[in-house]
Design a protein around this ligand. Structure first.
Ligand SMILES: [Zn+2]
Length: 58
């Protein structure tokens, strides 16, 4: 399965966890849970901050 970034639709996506992905283009982490996309901004200290899901996804 090819994972595309849900925000920019790019393929510069790396896997950072069992079900967690990182877009090098947007600097966002995301995962898929129950068919939904959850987006996280990565703070300077590495913490994850839930961020708004852009409209038009899924
Ligand atoms: Zn992206």
């Amino acid at each position: 399965m090819i994972i595309k970034c849900p925000v920019c639709r790019g393929l510069q996506v790396g896997r950072v966890g069992s079900d967690q992905y990182y877009c090098w283009n947007c600097y966002l982490e995301f995962n898929f849970s129950r068919g939904q996309v959850n987006l996280f901004e990565v703070g300077e200290d590495g913490s994850l901050l839930a961020t708004e899901r852009p409209s038009g996804i899924m």
